[in-house]
Design a protein around this ligand. Structure first.
Ligand code: OAD
Length: 271
């Protein structure tokens, strides 16, 4: 039944894409689900099994940086085993050479960038690279002075075994420190209780407000300000196409809702 509805909606969605002068895409965890990356709120999602307030808040980091570090190191290790899927690749191909259009992602997994490099070679144009409004897990940032740095692997335990280095980490194993100011480093991701990078958010909102079409892919659209980005397109007179197996709060605002997995729908939609 759903597939039939999707087949019926696909021509209309293609027509909107063909007519659009400027397109923006907002992606969420769902686009990486077929790469094996768990989402946050679906059955089996990260927030169903872990408590965000213990792991992904600035308060938790200030109280217990080691536990927060260990959680992100676990995620880094896990993400190292994941690869871009057909959805990431279709989107990267679509945005290659689209000038001022682009991808805004809530994902910190780096898979859009990897897909763009796969599709375009080492130096993809900006339009194929995402604006990562929630940061990038593969990077570190100083919690004091904000200096960004390449991630430095932390020696942590993962199910009793030490993943990096070898042997058991000593209990006082130092956490990574900033080379400039000596402050504690942390993964360069937005934690709950923190503001988003205002310059990145403004770029994303401006892009969305100018777009006549916003593709909203694989997000539950409940976390703001990200969930407000498609509304900027709508308020500017543009339209929304949603790609998601489930309905969301944004579905009502979408001109077309394509029910299905991004890895299947996007190659068909953007071919
Ligand atoms: P959620 O876990 O809230 O939502 C994932 C969405 O993806 C759901 O609507 C699913 O129906 C959909 N989905 C699942 N599989 C899919 C597939 N194969 N193709 C397309 N869609 C699929 O994830 P986000 O909306 O990304 O923030 O969550 C937003 C933010 O909440 C995250 O960036 C993170 C989290 O707390 C921070 O960490 C700051």
């Amino acid at each position: 039944m759903q597939a039939t509805k999707r087949e019926a909606d696909l021509p209309r969605a293609r027509e909107l894409i063909a007519q659009a002068r400027r397109v923006v895409a907002l992606t969420g965890a769902g686009i990486s689900a077929e790469s094996g990356v768990p989402t946050f709120r679906d059955a089996g999602g990260l927030w169903r099994n872990y408590r965000p307030e213990e792991l992904a808040t600035i308060g938790a980091f200030e109280r217990d940086p080691r536990t927060v570090w260990e959680w992100y190191e676990w995620r880094r290790g896990f993400l190292a085993t994941c690869n871009p899927n057909d959805g990431h690749r279709a989107l990267a191909r679509f945005f290659l050479g689209r000038g001022e259009d682009g991808i805004v992602t809530q994902n910190v997994d780096g898979l859009h960038t990897r897909a763009a490099i796969e599709e375009a070679g080492d130096a993809p144009p900006d339009a194929a690279l995402p604006i990562e409004i929630h940061g990038a897990i593969a990077r570190d940032r100083c919690n004091e002075c904000g200096l960004r740095a390449e991630a430095e692997p932390l020696a942590v335990r993962d199910d009793g075994a030490r993943r990096t280095g070898g042997g058991e980490p000593p209990p006082g194993d130092p956490l990574p420190r900033c080379a400039e100011c000596g402050g504690l480093r942390r993964p360069d991701v937005v934690l709950f209780g923190e503001m988003l990078d205002s310059a990145l958010l403004e770029r994303a909102q401006t892009m969305a407000a100018r777009a006549d079409l916003c593709l909203v892919i694989g997000t539950s659209a409940v976390v703001y300000p990200a969930a407000g980005i498609p509304l900027a397109t709508l308020h500017g007179g543009g339209r929304i196409i949603e790609v998601n197996p489930q309905a969301t709060d944004l579905t009502r605002a979408a001109e077309v809702a394509l029910r299905g997995a991004a890895g299947e729908v996007l190659p068909e939609l953007l071919a």
